[in-house]
Design a protein around this ligand. Structure first.
Ligand code: ADP
Ligand code: ZN
Ligand code: ZN
Length: 748
């Protein structure tokens, strides 16, 4: 008898053993995805090992139900990498392996992915009244939205993914005459590839590019692991370096992975890779349908695409031994997965994958993360610098000049609760006259539970954690969501002593209205979470802007990333300190990165660029560093403050979140666990539990404990202590959960 050990996408501490029925003998091997019974359920897992019945004396194992022949076998290298992820990020191996499979493949019904798909269309004779069921109504509403956007028919998979429900819900809607279902042969081809850019590029590399390329190529040729930090200002020609290095690797028969933060925000970068490498490139993105991803995954596994470009999950693509791994904008928070497990950082996994394969890794950024900078300073990474923009006609293009508008002097704006200063309005008008374009950045979330002084910009902070305190309405107090410290809401500003504390906040929509009322003729496009929920909406907005169909592109930080529009000569930053208010240890770093990034959007071509930066705290060190384009100054300042508090890169963080339907019970569990960890991990700073920044999420309450781990405490020690504390706490009540997030980023 033949048996197989299978890892499952559940928080289990070991693989499970199954019997391989004889008709599957020739198909089952390590890396193969199989469907197995688990309790009363069926689950999809991955085989990691084969064996014989010698191994299962003493109990009866169940049989494997099905074998997935549509997916390539996971290479041994990927299995090993997912095992590392499981151990480092403290999840199960099966959960980690889930990230290496195309999404949707955790569903056990292997048959549902045959090449036939069910397409859903509104029936022309749909009754005028809504159906009775809630789920049915939700589906109809969504279909009407898609219909209005001319997106019907859509696949059943997509409908169910968006609205929930099951195939039967749809069948019932069909029986009631609301919709039509039709089986179609799936057309998942990627569309026509742009033709290859024949002349490898007429571009003459500048000196720093040459130095960088020659170091990188040498590393590639050595077949040994090496990691570079390519620190180049915006427009210095980093992408050109990636393209050349990749060409070099390809010419030597090697494959490559390129990670970009978010595909929809970096269409221009992707296009350049496509142009240079044609249909050697597989582009993965989060808005692909499940079928499209399957096809891409198979093509990669079969070796049809030697180059893969995509967001974080692309790092686990089944490419044969990538010789070069590139992480563009390595500082971006979107490389970190929050939910579900594995909560991995694709940038760090990229380095490990390169290490495992003896390959070359390039981390590129205009504003490297402090973690990567520290690694470069310690010699773990080799630093390559490109401090100047690509020269135009012999002289380096200048970084744009940044002008400051001190909002403290704009009393009229403050009284009318407006955001656009006369100076900025005038500059926008000038651009419209000259047929040039403007980008406006509102660096601010829709809500902001932080208080600030409207006179001087002061924000109450936790003295121990150096993060903004969060206002909690029910109890009317301020709270540090790192350490749990609470304080009363002050009446007077802690700095200027005026009674002008208020909640921070203006939305993009309000800004849009204000601009329209001040310049009635303005043509604007807004880009934020609301306007970009559709499948191609990013693309459409950027495309229209690129074609000159609007004078102003206005939005949240989405407008800051990677865009390269020749006609943009003005960037307006509405409230530069806004990002500093977020209660996050990386708030300053993120703000500096964002301000630098958005300023880099201006004056990309031979038209000179200008940036107008509005702020209530123009003297804030971060804003000063950004104005002077002073990354080194910023890094020194920020590293000092991180070091004094033991934050990364001077220490490591692990955040543990308990969540459940009842607030008190969730808090109790967190407190009990804290007591368990206290006795086991004395060498580590333990903070909390305190309510998570987002205390209530989807009807569940969340409480958080933060471990601050000195660098000399081994990760394995922490891991052991956490597992042991979990054991001591015992099984959680159903519907209660505990998540471990290693190296959390963003608002933890
Ligand atoms: P980054 O990725 O650092 O922002 P890019 O690689 O996008 O910079 O380069 C900015 C622009 O300059 C692009 O349009 C690119 O094609 C062009 N470019 C890059 N290197 C050179 C060079 N050596 N000479 C002329 N133009 C270049
Ligand atoms: Zn604190
Ligand atoms: Zn004040």
């Amino acid at each position: 008898m033949k048996i197989a050990r299978v890892i499952l996408p559940l928080p289990l501490d070991r693989p499970y053993t199954y019997v391989v029925p004889e008709h599957f003998w020739h198909l089952v091997r390590p890396g193969r995805r199989v469907v197995v019974p688990f309790g009363k359920r069926k689950l999809a897992g991955v085989v990691i090992e084969e064996g014989t019945d010698e191994d299962i004396k003493g109990y009866t194992a169940k049989e494997i139900l099905d074998v997935d022949m549509e997916l390539p076998v996971l290479p041994a290298e990927i299995l090993k990498l997912t095992k590392w992820i499981a151990s480092y990020y403290m999840c199960s191996w099966g959960e980690a392996a889930r990230a290496a499979l195309p999404p949707g493949s955790a569903a056990p019904s292997a048959k549902s992915r045959a090449r036939m798909v069910t397409m859903v269309q509104l029936s022309p004779e749909a009754p005028p009244y809504p159906p009775t069921g809630n789920r049915q109504q939700a589906i109809m509403e969504q279909l009407r939205i898609w219909d209005a956007a001319e997106r019907l028919p859509v696949s059943q998979i997509e409908v169910l993914a968006e609205c929930g429900g099951s195939a039967t819900t749809l069948q019932r809607l069909e029986a009631l005459g609301y919709i039509e279902l039709e089986a179609e042969v799936m057309d998942r081809s990627e569309g026509i590839m742009p033709t290859r850019d024949a002349e490898e590029s007429a571009i003459q590399l500048h000196e720093e590019q040459k130095t960088a390329i020659s170091a990188i190529n040498q590393q590639i040729d050595s077949n040994k692991f090496g990691c570079f930090l390519l620190h180049g200002v915006t427009g210095s020609g980093k992408t050109e370096v990636y393209l050349r290095a990749l060409k070099h690797a390809r010419d030597a028969g090697k494959t490559g992975v390129v990670l970009v933060p978010e595909i929809s925000l970096t269409p221009q970068t992707v296009r350049r890779f496509r142009k240079r490498f044609g249909d050697d490139v597989a582009v993965l993105h989060s808005r692909m349908s499940i079928g499209e991803r399957y096809d891409a995954w198979r093509g990669i596994g079969d070796g049809r695409y030697p180059i893969v470009i995509g967001p974080r999950s692309a790092i686990l693509a089944p490419l044969k031994r990538p010789g070069l791994i590139i992480v563009d904008e390595e500082h971006e928070a979107s490389y970190k997965q929050h939910d579900p497990a594995p909560r991995y950082n694709a940038r760090d996994v990229a380095v490990i994958r390169a290490m495992n394969n003896g390959s070359t890794c390039i981390l590129g950024s205009a504003t490297p993360s402090l973690e990567s900078l520290a690694n470069a300073q310690s010699g773990k990474y080799q630093l390559l610098s490109m401090p100047e923009r690509v020269p135009i006609n012999g002289t380096p293009a200048q970084l744009p000049k940044i002008q400051i508008v001190d909002l403290r002097n704009e009393k009229a704006l403050f009284q009318k609760k407006e955001a656009l200063s006369p100076r900025l309005i005038e500059a926008i008008e000038q651009r419209i006259e000259k047929n040039e374009q403007t980008i406006l950045l509102l660096n601010r979330r829709g809500f902001s539970p932080v208080m600030e002084c409207t006179s001087c910009g002061w924000v109450p902070e936790c003295p121990d954690c150096s993060v903004s305190l969060v206002y909690h309405k029910p109890l009317h107090h301020l709270r540090c969501h790192y350490c749990g410290r609470t304080e009363r809401v002050p009446h007077l500003c802690g700095s200027c002593k005026l009674p002008t504390l208020d909640y921070a906040g203006t939305g993009t929509q309000r800004l849009e209205e204000e601009l329209q009322s001040k310049i009635p003729s303005v043509r604007q496009l807004r880009m934020d979470l609301d306007t970009t929920s559709g499948k191609d909406s990013h693309h459409t907005i950027l495309d229209q802007f690129g074609k000159g169909k609007a004078d102003v592109l206005l939005g949240t930080q989405m407008v800051a990333k990677g865009l390269d529009f020749e006609k943009v000569t003005l960037v307006g930053i509405i409230q530069a300190e806004a990002g500093l208010l977020l209660p996050d240890i990386r708030a300053e770093e993120r703000s500096f990165q964002l301000l630098t990034q958005v300023a880099g959007r201006s004056g990309r071509s031979n038209l000179a660029g200008e940036v107008i930066l509005q702020s209530r705290q123009p003297g804030h060190p971060i804003i000063q560093f950004a104005i002077r384009h002073d990354y080194a100054g910023f890094a020194k300042y920020a590293l000092e403050s991180r070091t004094s508090l033991g934050y990364p890169p001077a220490g490591r963080l692990v955040s543990i979140t308990f969540s459940g339907p009842e607030d008190d019970k969730t808090r109790d569990l967190a407190e009990k666990w804290r007591a368990c960890i206290d006795s086991r991990l004395k060498v580590v700073d333990r903070l909390g539990p305190s309510p998570a920044f987002v205390h209530k999420l989807k009807t569940r309450f969340r409480h958080q404990i933060l471990l601050k781990i000195p660098l000399d405490v081994p990760a394995s020690h922490v891991r052991k202590a956490i597992f042991s504390a979990n054991k001591a706490l015992g099984t959680l009540p159903t519907t209660y959960r505990m998540n471990v997030d290693v190296d959390p980023v963003g608002i933890v």
